[in-house]
Design a protein around this ligand. Structure first.
Ligand code: PLP
Length: 393
């Protein structure tokens, strides 16, 4: 077969996702779409804020010459300056446009970061539960995945992180608010992560990047300050996007922000521009760069997601599920009432409720519920959740 062995293996490893998708389609065909309660996808429900459409219309009508041409690989300088201004205001740390690079979503940003820092078989630590695509991003960029674990509250287990760091470690990826748990790491946990990394750098005489994947940073329901990584490790970089906070997942617009205090930041940004170009992205979408630059302080109506979180968390725990209460993103990660989460997800499926097994996030024994769907889908799913728990018991 003409397909790469590696890609075939990777596709096989994630084939249950495809199977679930196909089974979901079949269920809709058999039972009617309105009778199937699909809580399996992380596709943002909320529409972009009104400012987005206003600015988009104005910019589309601007036919100044050169509007659609190539640009510097890192993005328009005015756009990078606008992102830097907003990030400075949010983090209390001064960024300049030089510290920002516009990317094709957070996924593109992560691939660019990994391509920039990894040599063949260098290791990248990810902390379970994690976004499963990390595995493929790391492997595509010639790295090797090493997993660390979290505690029962889904905060990273620092002892496990320390044990996963070695002379081949080049990066640690964290994700908060987390997909799939919705948990926000505390400032002290992020501090402990930074300390563990610096300790490993000293022990092994190496340099290790702390990479923070933050597409849910503005989807937060508590007053706790967001734990920016910059104070906790100098060699640190953020990957993020407007897929969720502006509801622009299909438009593929995000950015990288390098820590202004990183002594190697100029080299890093040079490498990142090269990686962005030669991975084939060339530059982030021009039109979207211009639009988001003007609405950096806008977000979707986060209170809508909070209402859904409140409703679904209360409903599932009332039914009898055990679940950590999330403070961000749009996911719940309840414990499976039986040890085999794949089996339980199948049982839910037989009740026409679609969820994702925890094994897909490196954490068997749990399952993910995406509540970024219409209220009627959440309400309609509850009977299936109740019946499945009853049968599992
Ligand atoms: C944790 C996490 N990181 C990255 C991404 C990719 O996001 P983007 O659309 O910005 O590429 C997602 C998308 O669901 C995600 O959940």
């Amino acid at each position: 077969m003409a397909i790469s062995k590696k890609v075939r293996e990777q596709m096989k490893a994630s084939s249950w996702i495809r199977r679930m998708f196909e089974e979901g389609m079949e269920m809709r065909r058999l039972h009617g779409a309105e009778n199937v309660f699909d809580l399996s996808l992380g596709n943002p429900l909320l529409e972009p804020p009104a400012e987005f459409n206003e600015v988009l219309r104005r910019i589309v009508n601007d036919d100044a010459p050169g509007t659609h041409r190539y640009m510097p690989n890192g993005g328009f300088s005015g756009v990078r300056a606008a992102v830097a201004k907003q990030l400075s205001a949010e983090s209390g740390i001064l960024f300049s446009g030089e510290d920002i690079m516009m990317t094709v979503g957070a996924a593109g940003a992560l691939n660019v970061i990994l391509r920039s820092i990894l040599d063949q078989d260098d290791e990248v630590v990810i902390i379970a539960p994690y976004f499963a695509e990390y595995i493929f991003y790391i492997q595509h960029q010639t790295g090797v995945v090493r997993e660390a674990q979290s505690g029962p509250d889904f905060m990273p287990d620092i002892a496990s992180l320390k044990a996963s760091l070695n002379e081949r470690t080049r990066a640690v990826i964290i994700n908060t608010p987390n997909n799939p748990t919705g948990v926000i790491y505390t400032e002290s946990v992020v501090d402990a992560i930074g300390e563990a990394i610096r300790d490993a750098e000293k022990r092994f005489g190496t340099e290790i990047y702390l990479v923070s994947d933050e597409p849910y940073r503005k989807l937060i329901f508590s007053d706790a300050p967001f734990p920016f990584i910059f104070k906790h490790h100098a060699r640190s970089v953020v990957a993020t996007s407007h897929s969720k906070d502006l509801g622009l997942a299909g438009e593929r617009i995000g950015h990288i922000a390098i820590n202004p205090a990183d002594p190697g930041k100029a080299d890093f940004m040079d490498a990142a521009r090269f990686a962005l170009r030669t991975l084939g992205f060339v530059n982030a979408p021009a039109l979207m760069q211009r639009v988001v630059a003007e609405i950096q302080d806008a977000t979707v109506d986060v209170s809508e997601y909070r209402k859904k979180r409140d409703f679904m968390y209360a409903a599932l725990t009332d039914i009898g599920y055990s679940c950590v209460r999330p403070d961000g993103a749009f996911y719940l990660f309840p414990e499976s009432p039986i040890a085999d989460d794949l089996e339980f997800v199948k049982l839910l499926q037989s009740k026409l409720v679609l969820t994702v097994p925890g094994v897909g996030f490196g954490t068997p024994g749990y399952f993910r519920v995406s509540y970024c769907v219409e209220d009627k889908v959440l309400e309609g799913s509850l009977r299936g959740f109740a019946e499945a728990l009853e049968e599992a018991r």
